[in-house]
Design a protein around this ligand. Structure first.
Ligand SMILES: [Zn+2]
Length: 229
């Protein structure tokens, strides 16, 4: 982790940011050269550019370099300058690169996951979205889907069967046993469902005999169990 000059300059400012979402950006191309490769751009370069726009400093809260290095921009409690209309209710993260053209590196993805998890733990974050949700830019790049960033930290929800939950059998071992038993039961049911019509059409005599015997057994069982002594 490193920090830019911006952080030092703005760290004592009063709270002006109340994050409910995380907005992810790419450094992208320029208006003149939309397909410019900016994967080697650094937080310092972005800061210089933002300062030249007359802003207070780097507009993002975090910048992730191509090698995965995380640079702190603005402190989280201070509003950003990265997304019109949402600079006071979001945290802005920028990945160096033009993902209209390329993809983020694995190191960048790993660092992004780390930051997303950490922010989610500390704020009531309702969504993680690409910048393009609120602008007509392609940001964070055409090569990445709208849910790409949020999917990175999606938790898999395992729904345990009621029988296991009620008996407090929630271990992986119990789950495996349960699935195995269910599998066998399903196989037996499908075999029976297949065998009955097969027997009726091919061996009607055997089928009649079998069904007849089963019915007799059931009849006897009911008779015996309901007989009053
Ligand atoms: Zn953007």
């Amino acid at each position: 982790m490193n920090q830019t000059k911006t952080y030092l300059k703005l760290k004592d400012k009063a709270r002006t940011n109340y994050p409910t979402m995380i907005i992810v950006h790419h450094s992208g191309g320029t208006d003149k050269y939309p397909l410019m490769d900016t994967s080697n751009h650094t937080a310092a370069m972005m800061e210089e550019w933002h300062l030249s726009n007359g802003w207070e400093g780097l507009g993002y809260h975090y910048v992730i370099h191509k090698d995965g290095e995380i640079w702190l921009g603005r402190p989280e409690h201070y509003h950003g300058s990265h997304c019109v209309g949402h600079n006071s209710d979001s945290i802005g993260i920028c990945l160096a690169g033009n993902f209209d053209l390329t993809l983020p590196t694995q190191a960048q993805i790993d660092s992004l996951i780390k930051i997303l998890k950490s922010i989610k733990e500390r704020y009531n974050i309702k969504e993680i979205v690409p910048h393009r949700k609120f602008s007509n830019k392609t940001c964070y790049g055409k090569n990445l889907s709208d849910t790409w960033a949020s999917d990175l930290i999606k938790e898999e929800v395992v729904i345990l069967p009621k029988e296991l939950l009620e008996n407090n059998k929630t271990s992986m071992e119990e789950m495996k046993k349960y699935s195995f038993k269910k599998g066998i039961l399903k196989a037996v049911i499908s075999l029976v469902l297949f065998a009955i019509p097969f027997m009726i059409s091919n061996f009607p005599d055997i089928a009649n005999l079998t069904i007849g015997s089963v019915l007799m057994l059931v009849y006897n069982w009911i008779k015996v169990s309901t007989t009053k002594i």
